[in-house]
Unconditional design. Sequence first.
Length: 373
Amino acid sequence: MSCNGCSNNSSTNNQIVDSYSWLDELPDTSDQSDIVEVKFKSTRREYFSNSEGIDIKRGDKVVVATSPGHDMGEVTLTGYLAEKQFLRKIKNPPGYKLNAVYRKATSNDIKILQDARDREKSTMIRARQIVNELELDMKIGDVEFRGDNRKAIFYYLADGRVDFRELIKCYAREFGIQIEMKQIGARQEAGIIGGIGSCGRELCCSSWLTNFKTIPSGAAVKQGLSPAALKMSGACGKLKCCLMYELDTYIEAQNEFPKELLNLDLARGIAKPFKTDYLKKEIWYSLEGNTSTVFNLSVQQVKDIIQQNKRGIRPEINSVAEDGKEENKMEVKLDENIDRFDKHKKNINKKRRSKFKPKPAGSAKFIVNKSLN
């Protein structure tokens, strides 16, 4: 199944529908730089040098050099964009060693990688058992075999420092491969496992996001979102990464609002703010002592009322409304019935029963056919 704006990245065991790729519309810039970004299992990405000038493009499977051995991955960026991404993500670009791209992957390379992938689940289960036997305070989150099937990366989670020197020896004897231990956090673990977010799309951490940062708790407050932990937390149990996507827009919109939302002294009473819509530039108020009546005012209207209050004027709501419109108010009625969203069906069974209900004795009517006489 495919549609416009979606691309299918198929694998042997599952099929993932990726988000829209705007990179496909950009021209090929491989002639401007030989740096290539390659994606491996999950969201692990590394950078290599196409010094041999191999004709590769985004989406190609390539075999790259590692230390030691080789690995296989998918090309995600080439040329100018790959170089820009390399300079942005690598803290010390001059000290980063760019390994070479050997060749495009052959059918035999893909078969070897698939055999390695088939070993990952059983290896992870056994690896967790060994951790329990050694009574180490850590958790094996995932296992990733390299393309040559000779080395594996064991991703683990731990709250503190763990001495896993004995663990590596046990793994080497058990699996007969080279071992690399890599610590990850809760966000990386969610990206490795994958899933569907509350938005209905694949998790950002498992589809495209590779740089995981700490999300400040004030990001939700500045956007006027609910501080409820269940709504703001993602699959990892921490604040959602998407809270940072529009944060700059909200911070810029807040500059037009008063630094402090004061109570408004109106002719009908004191109005207290309880909700702010930064993008619509509106503030919702409720009258003190009459919380069932609420109304919204624009930022400019609020500023005008504050200036009038400083001069001792208590304006009417209609006097500050734009274009002479009436007060925007809404009666709030809470219905706490648990079945309030159910569709109530009319009870027609009573009518049916009354229709076919037998009549009492003595009430029968006899029709005499006079033609018999």
